[in-house]
Design a protein around this ligand. Structure first.
Ligand SMILES: *[C@@H]1O[C@H](CO)[C@@H](O)[C@H](O)[C@H]1NC(C)=O
Ligand SMILES: *[C@@H]1O[C@H](CO)[C@@H](O)[C@H](O)[C@H]1NC(C)=O
Ligand SMILES: *[C@@H]1O[C@H](CO)[C@@H](O)[C@H](O)[C@H]1NC(C)=O
Length: 394
């Protein structure tokens, strides 16, 4: 494997760790000492759980180590609360799931933890057989997320590789202050529902320097997400970076607020920057979003607000979205659109979008038709500023 640099950095980190802190009796737990086998065949879940139990119940900062090799882990729930707020998990090898699906909703999960950092590691969920089931349109379970952070705080994922999830690859749910840096998240372009990172009911999430090549959204932002910063992302193939779908359940849906997405390269994606809400009257809001600095290469919908989402026209025909979208900026977006409509702002007739701003947009249509790119607006109030190509519909 061509990762000597990363590995030696990781090794020296671990060594420095052990040398510097052994004097203060920092606890280090290697999964192999608890019986994990790097043979890719023996279920090492019990050993991982035993190492975690020790790290979690340590009164001092603790380190868990997963050395080189392939560890089969059937499922693992790293659950807190723990007796210390500083657990570091150094992973040099890879965790792999069983081929064949269980129907469980999660594979590797961190729940009720505070102050956990994961450095490195490959998480290969091996979701191929569930995708095959879905492709055959048989009755299939939903599949599990590969990596879930739930009801947790101060969590770092640094340099992790996640791949081939049955469903969403990484889920950050009901959590605060979660950082993902230098992640690589991959699944084939035609694998169903393999969103790279999905956020739900969380605040203070930061995602930087990461690459997503997936069969669904690179990053999807669900309801109740606020104060989120996303920067330096490579996305594609995939469905782009989306807020939504929102408004899928009756009553008042928790809103999305204060989200910045900055410096993204989209290549061959279905969407670039997207906000999507169901065409249902259920209430909610999206407020204070900045989408900026993007290069689009052959993207089908580079800039899109779609408030008429209603797949198969099921349960939402002729309704309009109850989600209020306000104060959304699209700034410095350039490149090529694979469809003639490069800017498509389709808001709700009953809740028009307000405070939408287009600033310095340069998108050209690159496709078979001899046509210029165009912009479409429906029920939108806002302004445009700077050079806008195609000409702004605002
Ligand atoms: C599977 O997903 C559907 C749609 O999101 C949901 O309604 C259903 O409850 C899920 N089933 C299970 C077993 O989680
Ligand atoms: C908005 O979110 C950013 C993090 O992305 C945070 O630094 C800032 O304080 C938030 N603003 C408000 C008003 O909460
Ligand atoms: C929706 O509107 C279309 C066109 O106005 C109409 O043909 C159709 O019957 C309507 N469907 C429902 C379910 O109301």
């Amino acid at each position: 494997m061509a990762r000597p640099a990363a590995n030696s950095v990781l090794l020296s980190l671990i060594l420095a760790e052990l040398l510097c802190f052994s004097t203060v009796a920092m606890a280090a737990y290697n999964v192999v000492s608890f019986g994990a086998k790097p043979d890719g065949r023996t279920d090492s879940a019990p050993a991982f759980m035993a190492a975690w139990k020790n790290a979690c119940s340590s009164g001092k900062p603790a380190t868990m180590v997963v050395p080189e090799g392939q560890f089969l882990v059937s499922r693992a729930l790293f659950q807190g609360p723990c007796k210390n707020n500083k657990i570091r998990i150094f992973i040099e090898g890879s965790l792999v799931g069983y081929y064949g699906y269980s129907g469980a909703p999660e594979w590797i999960t961190f729940k009720y933890v505070t102050g956990v950092s994961v450095y490195g590691g490959t998480f290969d969920a091996r979701g191929q057989s569930l995708w095959a089931c879905k492709a055959a349109r048989r009755h299939c379970p939903n599949g599990s997320r590969a990596l879930t952070i739930s009801q947790s705080k101060d969590v770092l994922l640094s340099g992790v590789k996640v791949m081939n999830s049955e469903n969403f690859q990484v889920g950050i749910l009901f959590s605060r202050a979660v950082t993902v840096e230098g992640a690589t998240i991959t699944a084939p372009w035609d694998s169903p529902n393999t969103d790279g990172i999905h956020l739900h009911m969380s605040t203070g999430v930061t995602i930087t320097g990461s690459t997503m090549r997936t069969g669904d959204d690179c990053i999807s932002i669900g309801e109740g997400v606020s104060n989120t910063w996303i920067q330096n992302i490579h996305c594609g193939p995939g469905h782009g970076i989306s807020i939504g779908s929102l408004g899928g359940s009756p009553g008042n849906n928790a809103g999305v607020q204060n989200v910045t997405v900055s410096s993204v390269a989209f290549a061959g994606t279905q969407n670039g920057f997207r906000i999507k809400t169901w065409a249902t009257p259920y209430k909610g809001f999206v407020k204070g979003v900045t989408f900026q600095h993007a290069a689009m290469i052959n993207v089908k919908n580079p800039i899109i607000i779609d408030q008429n989402y209603c797949p198969d026209h099921n349960n939402c025909p002729n309704q309009s979205s109850g989600i209020k979208i306000t104060d959304v900026v699209f700034n410095d977006v350039h490149g090529t659109s694979a469809k003639t409509v490069a800017i498509n702002l389709e808001c709700s007739p009953t809740n028009p979008c307000r405070g939408i701003e287009l600033r310095d947009i340069k998108l050209s249509y690159k496709g078979e038709k001899q046509q210029a790119a165009q912009s479409l607006c429906d029920n939108v109030h806002g302004i445009s500023d700077g050079v806008i190509t195609p000409p702004s519909c605002l």
